[in-house]
Every structure is written in structure tokens, then in C-alpha cells.
Write a protein that binds this ligand. Structure first.
Ligand code: SF4
Length: 370
């Protein structure tokens, strides 16, 4: 009889680290803020972590998606601009967002229509991944496409090797983290992108999360020194009320005015197909709110060439144009080797190359399949 998706994935597991053992063989997982209490033979909300005889088994030894993306696609605008990032995803998620663009991999075992995502599984070793990154001249490895927090043990195994090879690593995450898991991954992580999907808890409940957990993760990730960028996908009729956008901008500003805020355009996908596409005017309004709330770096994304200067980086002190972008392509780069504005000398927050003359300009700006 053919193997089921669950059987196939359950073979690709290892003992977990981010959990505590409780009475009667139960475990409490803390890889994400759901903190599932899992009895023997049962699974966590994400479905890919499960209790086998009192031990938490976690995903291991595979990827379900791997490609080279421009770092701007993640999106990170203040993390080695112009670089390629070897990006990998696994299967499963702790949320079930109706508009997920990666639902075929993220919703495996949560939605039967997504189970075909298991056919993308490719067994691989951390050494092989680092060697692919090296061959592809990608100085960054990113855990992305599905929720990286739920596969943190495997990500850390890869990131250890990547760091030894002089690479930097990042998470592209929904921010449903715990302090414990962020503390565990932080030594290997340079940058952490968090989706702030709404400022209304009822919206978060609809997606399978809790607003406060995400807000706490943004503050905690900053506190422990990760480079944090935040994305809000502006979905008409869901989270585009200016009052809600003001709440988001004020919150980010209260944590740090130097957190880049990406307000990006939505397109219908998966189960959310009735809401209209986001217009550039909505991104303009959201960006103005971010700027008025005091954020130094606000970007409008997913509508290249249609949002004026909102794809570019300006010095927050003298307004000098530091980086010109078009979509995922860097057109011009003027930050100094010391990470300063060349005109006024202000230090620009972010992770920058010390060889600005080598920043790739006018690249392809598109993913590269492996
Ligand atoms: S990662 Fe989150 S959803 Fe999955 S088992 Fe752990 S606490 Fe539950």
C-alpha cells in the first residue's frame, strides 16, 4: 500500500529540543507561541511535530522548496542589498491564513488539498545546502515559504554549517514566537522578518494566531539584537482601515523608529478570493501613516514602478537618496563601507556590506530555481 503523506513525513523527523516533558508522557512544545500540550500519539497544531512515546519528534532532513531569491524578495531592504539568498522551506504551519500564497506547502496535513505539497520533498543534508549556497554565490541562507519557527531544530543544524562557512542566516516568519525559541536561534540568525498581519485580535484569531504574541515577538527580537523588518500585507476589507494602520505604525514606532515597515500589495489567493487587489493609492496612504507615526523607513512593495519613491531608501537625517530600487532590483547603492550616509555621515541602521563597490546593480530581480 502506498505511503500516506503523514507516514512519509513522520519518517523525516528527529528528536526535538524545544519542548518540556510533563507527567504521563505528555510534552509541552514551545517552538511557537501556541505552546501545544501534546499527549502521546497526538500532534501539535502545526501537525508536523508529534509526541511519540513521550518524545517530541520534529521535521528533519528535507526541504520542500529550495531556490535562490534576491534578498529584496523576502523582503529585506536593510540586509545586504543586492545579495542572493538561498531560500528553503519545509512543510506545515502554525497558522492557516486564508490568503496564503504558499498554502500547498504550508497547509500540508491541515488541508487535504495541500497534501500534494509532500511530493516536493527532497531529502538533503546541511552540508549539501551550504555547498549549493556557495555554488550559487549566495552569502545568505533563509528559512522561508512555510513557518520556520516550527522547524527550528533543523534550521539551526543548517545555520551552524552556514555560519562556519562565513554566511549569514535569516527567518521569514509570522512572528508567533516564544522568547525561548528566539533565544535558541538568535546565535545563528542575523535577520528576522515578521509579518504583522493585523492590529485586530479578531483578525488574528481568524488566521489561527493571537495578536499580542506577534507584538511581543517584534519587541523581543529587537531586544535581543536581531535585525528586524516588518511586513504588513494590506488586504482591502481586512486590515486596510487607516485607524488600524495607525495602530500598527504607532506600535512599531514605539519599539524602534528604525524598524523598516513594508506595506505590500495583496492579490487573491487560496481561500480568500473575494477581496479586491490592493491599489497603489492604498499603499501610499499606509506609507504616509507610517512616516507620520515617526518610522524612518517605510516601503511600499509588490507593485514595482507604481509607488514612486517608496521603493527607495533615504537618509532619515538629510534625505539623501541612499538606495534606488525597482522591485527586487537594486539600481543604485550609495551607503558607505562603514554603513553611513555619504552626505551627512549618519549611521544607517541595517546590515551592510563593507565593499559597496561590489553590490550587484541591475540584477535579474527574479528567483532562480535549483
Ligand atoms: S510548533 Fe507550535 S503548533 Fe507546532 S507543536 Fe509546537 S507549539 Fe504546537
Amino acid at each position: 500500500m502506498a505511503e500516506t503523506v503523514q507516514q512519509r513525513l513522520d519518517h523525516l523527523t528527529a528528536p526535538g529540543k524545544y519542548y518540556e516533558s510533563l507527567e504521563d508522557g505528555a510534552v509541552r512544545c514551545y517552538a511557537c507561541a501556541h505552546r501545544c500540550l501534546i499527549k502521546p500519539g497526538r500532534r501539535g497544531i502545526c501537525q508536523v511535530r508529534f509526541n511519540q512515546d513521550g518524545e517530541l519528534r520534529v521535521p528533519w532532513g528535507y526541504v520542500a522548496a529550495i531556490q535562490v531569491d534576491p534578498i529584496e524578495k523576502k523582503p529585506f531592504n536593510h540586509f545586504l542589498p543586492g545579495s542572493d539568498a538561498l531560500s528553503f522551506g519545509m512543510l506545515g504551519c502554525d497558522f492557516h491564513c486564508g490568503y496564503c500564497q504558499n498554502w500547498l506547502t504550508s497547509q500540508v496535513m491541515r488541508d487535504p488539498k495541500a497534501d500534494m505539497g509532500a511530493y516536493y520533498v527532497r531529502e538533503i543534508t546541511p552540508k549539501k545546502m551550504v555547498s549549493i549556497a556557495d555554488q550559487q554565490n549566495a552569502p545568505i541562507l533563509v528559512s522561508t515559504y512555510n513557518e520556520p519557527l516550527i522547524t527550528t531544530e533543523w534550521a539551526i543544524e543548517i545555520f551552524k554549517k552556514a555560519k562556519q562557512a562565513g554566511m549569514q542566516c535569516a527567518y521569514v516568519s509570522n512572528g508567533n514566537a516564544t522568547p525561548e525559541v528566539l533565544d535558541a536561534v538568535a546565535p545563528y540568525l542575523s535577520a528576522y522578518k515578521i509579518d504583522l498581519k493585523s492590529m485586530r485580535d479578531k483578525n488574528y484569531r481568524q488566521l489561527g494566531g493571537v495578536l499580542q504574541h506577534v507584538l511581543d515577538s517584534i519587541a523581543y527580537a529587537k531586544k535581543i539584537g536581531l535585525w528586524v523588518e516588518v511586513v504588513t500585507l494590506v488586504v482591502p476589507g481586512f486590515n486596510d482601515d487607516p485607524a488600524e494602520l495607525w495602530d500598527a505604525a504607532r506600535y512599531l514606532s514605539s519599539v524602534s523608529v528604525d524598524i523598516p515597515w513594508h506595506v505590500t500589495a495583496y492579490h487573491p489567493d487560496y481561500k480568500m478570493t473575494d477581496n479586491p487587489y490592493t491599489e497603489s493609492g492604498s499603499l501610499q496612504i499606509a506609507s504616509e501613516i507610517g512616516q507620520e507615526a515617526g518610522l524612518n523607513f517605510v516601503y511600499a512593495g509588490n507593485l514595482p514602478g507604481r509607488v514612486g519613491s517608496l521603493e527607495n531608501t533615504f537618509c532619515p537625517h538629510c534625505n539623501f537618496l541612499l538606495i534606488t530600487r525597482n522591485g527586487y532590483i537594486v539600481r543604485d547603492y550609495r551607503i558607505t563601507a562603514q554603513g553611513h550616509c555619504p552626505r551627512c555621515g549618519k549611521s544607517i541602521p541595517g546590515i551592510w556590506t563593507n565593499e559597496p563597490s561590489k553590490v550587484r546593480l541591475d540584477g535579474w530581480g527574479t528567483p532562480h530555481r535549483i
